[in-house]
Design a protein around this ligand. Structure first.
Ligand code: GDP
Ligand code: MG
Length: 723
């Protein structure tokens, strides 16, 4: 039998729990895409319930029906023009006053609304009591309490929504916001001009259209133009003259006065339905903010947090890292003993295990880093960090909000670049996207750990910290440069959202951490594995190497010379055997080095080495950097493969030390890694989010040239000072 279907949209302020509710309702039956023409995520789910086919839409967060950002325009257009059967307004009950702004506006348009008083647990714990019955009566809207993250009340909410959708009752007209007499007069004048005929063609009612015209709303103005035909001119003219009358009368813009009136209306509702105990007055969040966003100590505290994040990442990460390292070493040597010599064994040991193994050991570091970032996000501290950075960001001509994507960039540039979507202005967004790659992502961390760990010993932590600082400084300089040249313009004004502090739930922290670390694991099984095999193949072929030296003969000689000693039996044979093996190992290593040097990879490296030698980076480093375009983790695995460093633990370290690399050239290479072209996934994200190849290529070219010159100055400058 054919079921009747309803569309239900979830609207509400950002962070009120829309997505949580959406996930609760739809489970896994959701489709994620973009809203047409823009890069804002659209989540849609279809389910069958109570005998109806329900389409649930998760709208972008919005504070009002006055469109400012892309998200707000999308949410508003959907509610107004697509006319879903029911709109569920998800309200953060711990923040009722602010949420009611959108709620009252939803009541002003002709659509069926139901309120979900979400975060009921938070409101309760903060001593807030809401009289839902009264609220429901005052606004003539069904009201349901919900706790999104515990899936409480959601079923009930959906039931009410369906009930409302199928009810044929008229949308109640009373109890809308009443404005003061002058404004009401102006509204009815414009409204009567619009009249019934035109109102029928518009997707919204005439009162609301009149109100919006008085507020000079561009979108409604456009609609009037399209639908009102020859009367459009007259209507718009009347609206303009009413606007100037009101401006004159109140000495302020009409939209501001109307906003004030709405807040007055809301204040009235709050008085009626909202009772608080003393608890809320000593608002905990506000007190914490007195310290954490304090002008003087806020910054030092912020730096301590960031510094602590890196310390924890390195120090706690070191233990599991060692275990995995030992495990990989054990696997490798076991297989070495078990398998007969063959090309396959070479691929397995020197390609796959050396490559993937050298990267997988950093999994713990990366998980810890993501865990810390999740703590910042879930507690609400991230928003404070943005608030603190606001002044500094203004140096670049951006505001603090841009700092959130940048901070996320420390984890991975891809979600960071996507996070830039929250910025209202196009120029701000592009600028933020362009400077985000300078935030050193977690994939680069393994490279620093190897290089700094090898060449800087106990000072490794500080060296890595300064590398991150260099990235930040360069992003600021770049920002300034672009702001005054390519992307001229003032930053858009904005209100910094400071959501209340929340005690993070361990489960949600772990989920956030895992969501992002998963990407790292996926890369391991995918692109890094493939990369390692390709790198190995290029370094293992051609097979018919003409050696400059008779290695096999030398090995025989060594064997023979020990043979006599062992036979004589003067010294403990065990010691001699060990010495023999060590000598032979040295010879095979030299042989392998020559083989790699003469391989395709070696030839490629030799070709590009003139580019890298001024930076103190040898051909192996050069090749490793090239392969890093695919994913930065591959730089380490390429070095491991090229240095044939799989057998002992600490092998890559020893190989690097004996390869002629110096602390200075290691530093130069780290700087280069920090700055040079973003990885494939990031490049694709830049293309997607800026919508243009131009910015993508620009970013590649700019980053790489900055990297080259910076590394050049580090290396040549260091040599000059040292000489
Ligand atoms: P959206 O921006 O409206 O989509 O909000 P989200 O659904 O992403 O929720 C924001 C945060 O609030 C998440 O960390 C949720 O786990 C949390 N959250 C959602 N509903 C509740 C609730 O009823 N109580 C509490 N304490 N937290 C909630
Ligand atoms: Mg959401």
């Amino acid at each position: 039998m054919h079921q009747k279907s309803f569309t239900i949209a979830l609207a509400g302020n950002p962070n009120s729990g829309k997505t949580t509710t959406f996930n609760n309702i739809t489970g896994t039956r959701q489709k994620v895409g973009n809203w047409p023409g823009v890069t804002v995520e659209k989540k849609e789910g279809k389910i069958s319930k109570f005998g109806y086919d329900l389409t649930i839409i998760d709208l972008p967060g919005t504070y009002s029906l006055t469109p400012f950002s892309i998200e707000e325009i999308i949410a508003r257009n959907f509610v107004l023009e697509e006319c879903p059967d029911v709109v569920i307004d998800i309200i953060d009950s711990s923040n009722l006053e602010r949420s009611l702004y959108l709620a009252t506006q939803l009541r002003e348009i002709d659509c069926k609304v139901i309120f979900a008083l979400n975060m009921a647990d938070l409101a309760k714990s903060r001593g807030i009591k809401i009289d839902a019955k009264k609220l429901s009566e005052l606004l003539n809207v069904p009201v349901i309490f919900t706790i999104g993250n515990k899936n409480e009340g959601i079923n009930n909410l959906l039931k009410e929504a369906v009930k409302l959708a199928k009810s044929s009752s008229e949308i109640p007209q009373e109890r809308k916001v009443r404005y003061n007499r002058d404004i009401e007069n102006s509204i009815s004048k414009v409204q009567s001009l619009i009249g019934l005929k035109i109102a029928e063609k518009l997707p919204y009612n005439s009162r609301w259209s009149a109100i919006k015209l008085l507020e000079d709303d561009e979108i409604v103005k456009k609609r009037i133009f399209e639908k009102a035909g020859d009367k459009a001119e007259k209507i718009l003219k009347e609206a303009l003259s009413q606007r100037s009358y009101l401006r004159d009368r109140f000495d302020d813009e009409p939209e501001i006065i109307m906003t004030d009136e709405r807040y007055g209306f809301i204040a009235g509702i709050i008085k009626e339905v909202h009772t608080t105990s003393i608890k809320e007055r000593i608002d905990i969040s506000r007190n914490i903010d007195l310290v954490l966003t304090n002008r003087f100590i806020g910054f030092p505290i912020f730096f301590i947090f960031i510094w602590a994040m890196f310390q924890i990442t390195f120090s706690f990460g070191a233990y599991p890292m060692e275990w995995i390292d030992t495990g990989v070493g054990f696997l490798s040597s076991t297989l070495d003993g078990l398998l007969p010599e063959s090309l396959f064994k070479d691929l397995l040991l020197n390609g796959i295990i050396a490559g993937v193994g050298s990267v997988i050991i950093f999994m713990p570091n990366i998980m810890i880093l993501f865990f810390c970032i999740a703590i910042f996000e879930d507690t609400g501290y991230m928003a404070r960090a943005a608030f603190l950075m606001d002044k500094i960001m203004h140096l670049i001509g951006l505001h603090g909000k841009s700092f959130i994507p940048m901070l996320m960039g420390f984890g991975c540039n891809v979600p960071a670049i996507i996070a830039a979507r929250t910025l209202e202005s196009e120029k701000d967004r592009i600028l933020t996207i362009l400077i985000t790659p300078f935030m050193s992502c977690s994939a680069k961390l393994p490279i620093y750990i190897v290089l700094a760990g090898t060449f800087f010993g106990v000072r490794a932590g500080s060296v890595i910290f300064s590398i991150y600082l260099v990235g930040i400084v360069l992003s600021i300089l770049t920002g300034r440069l672009f702001r005054s040249t390519l992307l001229k313009g003032a930053d858009a004004p904005f209100v910094m959202e400071l959501p209340p502090y929340r005690v993070p739930m361990l489960k949600s922290l772990l989920i956030h951490m895992w969501d992002r670390s998963k990407m790292f694991l996926k890369k391991m099984g995918g692109i890094i594995l493939i990369g390692s095999v390709v790198v190995w193949a290029f370094s293992a072929f051609p097979r018919n190497t003409e050696y400059s030296f008779d290695y096999n003969g030398e090995i025989e000689k060594v064997k023979a010379s020990y043979e006599t000693g062992i036979k004589a039996g003067n010294v403990d044979n065990k010691i001699l055997e060990k010495k023999k093996d060590a000598d032979i190992f040295e010879i095979t290593k030299a042989q392998r080095a020559e083989q790699v040097e003469k391989s395709y990879m070696g030839r490629m490296g030799k070709t590009i080495s003139p580019l890298f030698s001024p930076l103190g980076i040898d051909w192996r480093g050069g090749v490793a950097l090239l392969t890093g375009f695919v994913a930065k983790e591959i730089v380490v695995s390429t070095m491991a493969v090229l240095h044939a460093a799989e057998e002992e633990s600490d092998a890559l370290k020893n190989a690097l030390l004996s390869s002629g690399m110096t602390p200075l050239s290691a530093l130069s290479m780290m700087v280069f890694v920090l700055l040079y072209l973003p990885c494939l996934a990031t490049v694709a994200a830049i293309k997607r989010e800026t919508g243009s190849f131009k910015w993508m290529f620009f970013s590649i070219a700019y980053n790489t040239s900055v990297a080259w010159f910076a590394a050049f100055f580090v290396y040549q400058g260091g040599k000059f000072l040292g000489a």
